[in-house]
Design a protein around this ligand. Structure first.
Ligand code: RRO
Length: 313
């Protein structure tokens, strides 16, 4: 059974990665998860300088979803290189480093510095954090700026360049087209959906920044629709993300057009979820007598002319 795939010049052993922000820098779960059974790890977004993030409370539970406003808390690219990358280099899986920034120049500086290090297989560019005032959605909801960031970074690396898109736009397919034309190898679809939770008794929002990013099973139908729209718009690979908790969820993403998936919020319940999703996909493909998990990608049986999205594309 073939489980892997190739993106640009990098081979992934299977189509399941763990999503940025839900697996730290890979070291917290070292005694819990056999990461060699994952296609890869996407590390928590890095900025040039360390950031403390937003004040608490910055996480709230909602029915079937988690609301976060971490505010890009991270150790900064220099501490990452010194303290985290040596361990990541020892792992038998692909390491994708996620980068966030508050200016185009900062994205370039962080990527250029990481580019000079061994042990990084690709970059995922976060233009979609809903919880910071500078950068984040102010980039990711502007198609021209998203394309400019992509082309500036493309010039700096020959490694896979993946742009992580926000669902908080009217036509995500247009963003996928723009980043493809600017040189992106793939897109990650989706980051969190802007949401809000309120405590009726105190009349206060449940997180300090009032709104946050909703993730978990609550957003899976939104994510499937966004992946479908992107798959109808571009032919570059898509990492499908949003509420995946088991193999069946992941297979749904492959069917609508994702080439691979990332498991996010489910890691907070069980950090081994990605491994069991990878195993479950493989046994599903075997049961279906497929020779390659990739044979599932984009094979949704849907009448395209029946899709209401079609009139936008
Ligand atoms: O740190 C965060 O608040 C955060 C980020 Br950078 C992101 O990309 N998505 C999200 O839901 N939270």
């Amino acid at each position: 059974m073939k489980t892997g795939f190739v993106l640009r010049n990098v081979e992934f052993k299977n189509r399941v990665l763990v999503a940025s922000g839900t697996f730290g820098y890979g070291d917290e779960t070292r005694d819990l998860v056999d990461v060699a059974k994952l296609g890869g790890i996407v590390t928590k977004s890095l900025s040039w300088k360390p950031r403390d993030g937003n004040p608490p409370p910055r996480i709230a539970e909602t029915p079937s979803g988690m609301l976060n406003s971490i505010g890009l808390a991270n150790i900064g690219v220099h501490a990452f290189i010194e303290k985290k990358l040596p361990y990541l280099r020892t792992l038998d899986t692909r390491i994708i480093v996620n980068i966030a920034a508050s200016s185009v120049q900062e994205y370039c500086d962080v990527l250029a510095l990481l580019e000079s290090q061994n042990g990084i297989h690709g970059f995922e560019i976060n233009v979609s954090c809903p919880n910071v005032k500078e950068g984040g959605l102010s980039f990711g909801t502007n198609c021209d700026l998203t394309a400019e960031i992509t082309s500036r970074l493309r010039a700096l690396t020959d490694k896979p360049l993946i742009i992580k898109l926000t669902p908080n736009v009217t036509h995500i397919g247009q963003f996928a087209v723009a980043v493809k034309e600017a040189g992106a190898d793939a897109v990650s679809v989706i980051n969190t959906v802007i949401g809000m939770a309120v405590n009726a008794k105190t009349r206060k929002p449940k997180i300090s920044t009032v709104t946050g990013g909703l993730s978990g099973p609550a957003i899976k139908p939104i994510a499937l629709a966004k992946v479908y729209e992107v798959a109808q718009s571009v032919d570059i690979p898509i990492f499908g993300i949003g509420g995946i908790t088991n193999a069946e969820d992941a297979i749904e993403f492959l069917l609508v057009g994702a080439s691979a998936v990332q498991v996010g919020t489910a890691n907070f319940i069980d950090p081994r979820t990605g491994v069991s999703v990878a195993e479950g996909i493989e046994s599903f493909a075997r049961d279906q007598a497929l020779g390659d998990v990739g044979d599932l990608v984009g094979t949704l049986k849907a009448k395209k002319d029946m899709s209401v999205l079609q009139s936008w594309l």
